[in-house]
Design a protein around this ligand. Structure first.
Ligand SMILES: Nc1ncnc2c1ncn2[C@@H]1O[C@H](COP(=O)(O)OP(=O)(O)O)[C@@H](O)[C@H]1O
Ligand SMILES: [Mg+2]
Length: 654
């Protein structure tokens, strides 16, 4: 995947002003707003206490120190100590107030984002890299938490502290106030310019971190492929290029920070020098007295950190803003596949699945391209097992995603018992229709939990669950689970025991069966099984699930032959429907597809293909009759795969 999606993901949210962008956090923050306010109040009290210290010092110097009253000095010192203690307590209190609510916000945002990812349609996941989602989920939300806990509270409090401090300084002497303001202003201008640059860099680095996460994820996922093809080096060099780009961005960020800190360090020194000179001048003029100058420097010391921190806090705010944008990019994705407004219910589905002039095209398809599915008309009768056959890339997988609304048709409709699937509540629809995919995904959980995934209505340890589990495992020919170390309680998936491809597929199939759907849609879910097991599974599907309608994308001619009927997908349409033998007889394209499936199968097993040449090779202009005869003869050789249909066909032909 390219890294272009990071720029594509930069959505209009970046046109909002920073406060408006952050304001979107309101619904998450509202429940904890009082605790945050408590944190801010404690911080403010701490700041006021700190500002009182210089005033007390001034009083001590003016009174007891100049009078040489030792007792009073001790009391004064104790008062300063007490104030210091009070400040420390208030800072502690702020942490107490703020820590808990911010983790609560983080938790809420994360779970909400997760549930959002669950409800967004597959087409969203096509466009978004998993690494981007991962980094937004973890890094960005974590950053928002830190900002709410420290950044926001300190920004508010430090600005207030500076204002109060400046007022106090002006009250002592306007010139002291002016010096304070004059040295602070360039800092703030510089800080503002810094933020603009830093904000752009931050967004870039967060996006790049997402791309990097995607690379790691992809290569960990595909480690076998990379190793098998010796592409480890290539992957590494691609990865290190990305890592280098990120490093460069981080270096620019560090450079920006270094230059702002240079200012932050330099300006207070200049201010100190200026204040000292003008203070001495003011004393010589009799405008202020020594205790006031002393207090002024004490005050400047107290204010130094709030002033210095402003730039940092602003950049922190921009980081948080960027993170908020990135999170809301996902929240603001419109979900096109949702529950209908006026849902229709099917209490007792019969399992009549129909495609009525169904059209579909992927979002990224070119405007001039024809629809990938270009008017599909197909009816699956209740209880029927229909095989779906077509060349690779003809759209079989795509077609299987339409009944459960993983994608919505872009024209026409798909109906279940005559009801448009878009009129059913999603949960109900997916209860009636279950799917299994070629790429069998299992979760880190026990076999039992994996198989019963679709049965939220069952307690997984109940007797009923046990019965459903056993039946599903039987249908899927998955008796192997009993020889796993802990039987059906064995933990499998990423964190557990590794299973073979065929074993995984059988469990995925068992999962679909256990859901007890009225309609089963299986996209090549048996590809990793050996021929015999696949035939057993199909038999079981046909007999045990006699009243379940099944649509199976199959790639083995032998299993295609087991289906009640076969639908042929060609150039976006279903061009023929019938039994295997009927289609063999009547459809040239069907023979072509079947022979290419045979060839594929042979390549996989190393067996001698029975129909070696796809009829493309045999010559597109060869006489159809000749081909037909050839096919029939070859079918005759293949006793083992003979089904009733084929046998009777041969008899007829003889
Ligand atoms: N998520 C997707 N986004 C865009 N194009 C896709 C997507 N999935 C498949 N395609 C394209 O649609 C066509 C049909 O794919 P598919 O339905 O998987 O065919 P089949 O299962 O028959 O091999 C292919 O050309 C493929 O490149
Ligand atoms: Mg496919």
């Amino acid at each position: 995947m390219s890294s272009s999606s990071s720029s594509q993901n930069a959505t209009p949210s970046s046109s909002l002003s920073t406060p408006a962008a952050l304001w979107r956090l309101k619904p998450f923050v509202r429940p904890v707003i009082w605790r945050l306010a408590g944190g801010a109040a404690s911080a403010l009290v701490a700041a006021i206490i700190a500002l009182m210290i210089p005033i007390v010092l001034e009083q001590i110097i003016r009174g007891p120190v100049q009078a040489g009253a030792i007792d009073a000095i001790v009391w004064g010192a104790l008062a300063v100590f007490g104030l210091g203690l009070g400040e420390a307590l208030m800072v502690w209190l702020r942490r107490q107030f703020v820590l808990n609510p911010s983790t609560e916000v983080e938790y809420k945002m994360r779970t909400e984002l997760y549930s959002r990812l669950q409800t967004l349609p597959v087409s969203f996941h096509d466009r978004w890299q998993s690494g981007q989602l991962l980094s937004r989920m973890m890094q960005d939300i974590g950053l928002i938490r830190r900002w709410l806990a420290f950044g926001l509270v300190l920004l508010v409090v430090n600005v207030l502290t500076i204002v109060i401090g400046a007022v106090l300084l002006f009250r002592w002497h306007w010139l002291l106030g002016v010096i304070f303001i004059v040295t602070a202003i360039p800092l703030w201008i510089r800080g503002y310019l810094f933020e603009k640059r830093y904000g752009a860099l931050t967004r870039r680095s967060q996006d790049q971190a997402g791309d990097l996460a995607t690379s790691v994820e992809e290569s960990v996922h595909g480690i076998r492929v990379l190793k098998a093809f010796g592409r480890g080096k290539h992957a590494l060099s691609r990865f290190s290029r990305q890592a280098e780009t990120l490093r460069e961005t981080e270096m620019s960020k560090a450079g920006a920070i270094a230059s702002i800190w240079f200012w932050l360090d330099l300006m207070p020194q200049i201010a100190f020098g200026l204040s000292l000179m003008s203070g001495i001048w003011l004393i010589s003029q009799g405008a202020i007295e020594l205790p006031e100058l002393f207090a002024f420097f004490a005050m400047a010391t107290v204010l130094r950190w709030p002033i210095e921190s402003i730039g940092f806090l602003f950049s922190f705010m921009l980081d948080a803003r960027t993170a908020t944008d990135r999170v809301f990019d996902i929240f603001s994705e419109t979900n096109s596949i949702t529950d209908p407004e006026n849902p229709v219910h099917i209490a007792e589905p019969r399992g009549l699945l129909a495609f009525e002039d169904a059209h579909f095209r992927y979002q990224d398809a070119g405007a001039s391209e024809r629809d990938l599915l270009d008017g599909i008309d197909l009816v699956l009768r209740p209880g029927e097992t229909m095989a779906l056959v077509g060349l690779t890339g003809s759209g079989k997988t795509t077609l299987t995603t339409l009944p459960t609304r993983l994608y919505d048709v872009t024209g026409g409709r798909v109906t279940l018992d005559g009801v448009d699937v878009r009129d059913l509540p999603l949960a109900e629809l997916r209860q009636h229709i279950a799917m299994a995919f070629e790429d069998a995904t299992l979760f880190s959980a026990t076999v039992r939990e994996n198989v019963l995934l679709g049965r939220a209505d069952l307690d997984v340890h109940s007797d009923e669950a046990e019965r459903v589990l056993r039946e599903a495992l039987d249908v899927a020919q998955a008796a192997f689970v009993d020889s796993l170390p802990e039987g059906v309680e064995t933990v499998i998936g990423e964190e557990g025991l590794s299973l073979s491809g065929g074993q995984r597929q059988r469990l995925a199939l068992a999962r679909a069966v256990a859901a007890k759907p009225k309609v089963l849609v299986l996209d090549d879910p048996l590809s990793a099984l050996d021929v015999d097991t696949e035939a057993l599974v199909e038999e079981a599907l046909r007999h045990v699930l006699a009243d379940t309608t099944a649509m199976i994308v199959a790639h083995r001619p032998s299993t295609v032959a087991l289906a009640d009927r076969v639908a042929l997908l060609e150039s976006g349409r279903v061009t023929a429907v019938g039994t295997h033998s009927e289609l063999l007889r009547t459809s040239r394209h069907y023979r072509h597809v079947i022979s290419s499936l045979e060839a594929e199968e042979a390549a996989r097993t190393g067996a001698i293909p029975i129909i070696a040449d796809a009829d493309a090779d045999a010559g597109a202009d060869a006489d159809p009759d000749e081909l037909e005869i050839e096919t029939t003869v070859r079918e005759g050789i293949r006793e083992d795969a003979a089904t009733e249909d084929m046998t009777s066909e041969k008899e007829v032909r003889r």
